[in-house]
Design a protein around this ligand. Structure first.
Ligand code: MG
Ligand code: MG
Length: 269
């Protein structure tokens, strides 16, 4: 695995923050009746206006700037012209390249009001991400991150998608090590200062089993139940996890007050 110097981490942070701002714009636009293709267009223009490159477009021939996955779609959904409905959930995953370094993070938004059951799925999935980040400390191991996520998710009986994982991040979108959202404590590579990870639990309301849609990109749940996805980029600095991305732009747009990221902001903020 590649350990980064502070000046490299700064570049990843700049890219991650541009993704964060893009997601903040998405938060303002999402409502019943709009299409994921419309969101994709706005995001692409915003990224280009900021002199950055959409990181997903063309990656393994992916056709768009955003991966947009609605309801039973887990990840890698392709933006389309189908309008969103009240009660839908929409996972937006965005990557950018700025100065040669990637940012890559994701948030699952509500379209209007959603059911109590879906609200809980979103809360628990996001909380599991922070459980994982808490375990990213010096001399812990990669398995400690997955173990923390799994322990928390198991309390709620949801399905953890196992085939798709988090990853190292830097000059490449996907670097070593893989970061599964399950695992055993004390196993895997040792976490060292300079490691930059994308941690990204993908959590299903029902079965953990997934399948690949006919478009050969979109991952869907096998039982058709909803799925949530939250992703942050984190660097290990001075032995502690430092969050490089932020949901603050989303929360500002939605009028939500949150200090959930506070404990991961020690170096840059
Ligand atoms: Mg992502
Ligand atoms: Mg990722």
């Amino acid at each position: 695995m590649i350990l980064k110097e502070i000046d490299e981490i700064k570049k990843i942070r700049k890219s991650a923050q541009l993704v964060s701002k893009t997601l903040g714009i998405m938060a303002k636009e999402i409502k019943p009746g709009i299409t994921s293709l419309y969101l994709d267009k706005i995001a692409e223009e915003f990224i280009l206006d900021n002199n950055a490159i959409p990181g997903f477009k063309g990656y393994n021939n992916f056709p768009n700037t955003l991966c947009i996955s609605v309801n039973n779609q887990v990840v890698h959904g392709i933006p389309c012209d189908k309008p969103l409905n009240e009660g839908d959930i929409i996972s937006i995953d965005c990557g950018v390249i700025n100065d040669g370094y990637f940012g890559d993070h994701a948030y699952t938004f509500k379209v209007g009001e959603v059911t109590k059951e879906i609200n809980k799925l979103l809360d628990v999935t996001k909380n599991s991400l922070y459980e994982g980040i808490d375990a990213m400390i010096e001399n812990n191991r990669i398995g400690d991150i997955g173990s923390a996520i799994q322990r928390y998710i198991n309390l709620h009986g949801y399905g953890i998608v196992k085939e798709l994982v988090g990853h190292g991040l830097g000059e490449n979108l996907h670097e070593e090590p893989e970061v599964p959202n399950y695992g055993r404590k004390g196993t895997g590579k040792i976490i060292k200062n300079g490691l930059v990870l994308a941690i990204e639990p993908m959590i299903n309301l029902g079965t953990e089993k997934i399948s690949l849609d006919d478009d050969e990109w979109t991952i869907v749940t096998l039982d058709g139940l909803y799925s949530a996805h939250f992703e942050h980029n984190i660097a290990l600095i001075n032995g502690k996890p430092e969050i490089l991305s932020t949901f603050d732009f989303i929360y500002d747009a939605l009028g939500i007050k949150s200090d959930e990221e506070k404990r991961f902001k020690n170096f840059f903020d």
